[in-house]
Design a protein around this ligand. Structure first.
Ligand code: HEM
Length: 123
């Protein structure tokens, strides 16, 4: 399985203060630290997207299929799907803010409401 990174983890690797240069392309993460000085389009064009999503910019340049192939050799992982991670774990009652009493099935809640309505119409 691919190593997963959050968007904020990638953002920390922005090439500043000796940090590596990571970019996002589609759902994948690339460490292009050693490549920036070899980049035919210049280091600056990549550094602008250090720690960020470079998908749009990369596509807009119209990179050749060789460039896309070369890019693959810098892949270090994929972006973690935060939403999917939350869904994959069963929430507890406490997670959704319910206490022991509120765990009662829905009908029990409605019963007291029905009684209240009946009482109201008696008068
Ligand atoms: C791992 C990532 C990247 C790889 C492997 C890569 C590779 C290359 C290669 C091989 C070329 C020569 C032309 C070609 O074959 O298409 C190129 C040109 C270029 N790249 Fe990248 N590139 C990367 C990321 C980026 C990013 C993020 C940008 C941001 C805008 C960028 C901007 C450019 C520009 C402006 C050129 C010059 C185009 C021209 O002279 O017509 N590249 N790149």
């Amino acid at each position: 399985m691919s190593q997963e990174y959050s968007v904020s983890e990638v953002a920390q690797n922005n090439g500043r203060d000796g940090k590596p240069v990571w970019i996002i392309y589609k759902e994948s993460v690339y460490d292009v630290t050693t490549f920036i000085n070899e980049h035919p389009g210049g280091a600056e064009s990549i550094l602008e997207y250090a720690g960020k999503d470079a998908t749009k910019a990369f596509n807009q340049v119209g990179h050749s299929s060789d460039a896309i192939k070369e890019m693959k050799s810098y892949k270090i992982g994929v972006i973690r799907k935060e939403g999917m991670q939350i869904l994959s774990t069963q929430p507890t009652f406490a997670d959704i803010g319910l206490n022991e009493k509120q765990k009662q099935p829905q009908e029990n809640c409605c019963e007291s409401e029905k009684k209240r309505i009946k009482f109201f119409f008696c008068f």
